[in-house]
Design a protein around this ligand. Structure first.
Ligand code: ZN
Length: 291
């Protein structure tokens, strides 16, 4: 029942075109997270689901006006400055990492794990002070950065495949593929909310998973390219007098096939983490907002 409502709502979002296609995954992840909260805690977010879904993409919109925004969405963990095997050796806390590499270096290569922690603290504070507007504001933002941490191409200096002759891979993986296949995705969250003792450690586990997945994201593009001539693989268009080369629809289909269910699974994993990290303050303080 709840599931079919979710599917319908997703369809409505697609039809109304609230935000660009590229925003579909963010909106869906927020939606799934809210629908999968335990019933007795769900009410507040359920009532505000439209706000949450609409604002799930606000941090991306903010990038246009705020130059400090961009690096909050990723962490290029494989930047040479971090050394070999940095996914294991990077200190997890901001203070320790900044001591090792300087705050400026971290800001250059991305701060998503620490942005999440900052927002988690703000959200908890908003709950404590019964500030409903702030709860919604921080919760929508928090979910966005958590979702971003689940994207493999948000963990690498090769973020658009530009270093491996795969430019355009970023939006192909996180936008085109889910947009094409969302109707066939499983949007049911089977994981029940649980209390996360150490949110920072949890986020680092997700970032490590994203980094591991990166190999497949890149390798599947190469595998899908087999049998594609350059003309078939790309479509060319002119914009502001410059020629642009983008992956063709036909190639996107072949790539999606190679990826199998991985994008769908990652979206569900992201919604699970969004749910878990919202559940923490919600469980502690829900009486305050529900009363
Ligand atoms: Zn983002």
């Amino acid at each position: 029942m709840r599931f079919s409502f979710l599917v319908k709502l997703t369809t409505v979002i697609i039809l109304l075109g609230l935000g660009s296609w590229g925003f579909l995954a963010h909106k869906t992840i927020h939606q799934i997270a809210i629908y999968s909260l335990p019933k007795k805690l769900q009410g507040f977010f359920f009532k505000n689901v439209d706000y949450m879904v609409y604002n799930s993409v606000r941090p991306d919109v903010r990038r246009k006006d705020d130059p400090s925004e961009a690096t909050k969405h990723f962490i290029d963990i494989d930047a040479p400055i971090f050394g070999e095997n940095s996914i294991e050796t990077m200190p997890q806390t901001w203070d320790d990492a900044a001591k090792k590499y300087t705050a400026d270096t971290l800001r250059k290569y991305g701060t998503v794990p620490w942005e999440i922690m900052k927002l988690q603290a703000k959200l908890t504070n908003a709950f404590r002070n019964k500030l409903k507007d702030s709860i919604l504001f921080y919760s929508a933002d928090l979910g966005h950065y958590i979702a971003d941490a689940h994207v493999p191409l948000h963990t690498t200096i090769n973020y658009d495949g530009q270093l491996t002759n795969q430019r355009g891979l970023h939006s192909l993986w996180e936008s085109t593929v889910p947009e094409m296949n969302i109707d066939n995705y499983n949007l049911y969250q089977a994981h029940k909310a649980k209390y996360i003792k150490n949110p920072l450690a949890e986020i680092w586990v997700r970032i490590k998973e994203s980094k591991v997945m990166l190999n497949k994201v890149l390798a599947d593009e190469i595998a899908a390219s087999e049998g594609f001539t350059d003309d078939k693989k790309f479509k060319r268009s002119e914009r502001f007098g410059a020629m642009r080369k983008n992956y063709s629809g036909e190639f996107a289909k072949a790539y999606a096939e190679k990826l199998g269910t991985t994008v769908n699974e990652r979206m569900l994993e992201a919604s699970k983490t969004v749910q878990f990290l919202n559940f923490r303050p919600l469980q502690n303080h829900h009486r305050l907002v529900l009363n």
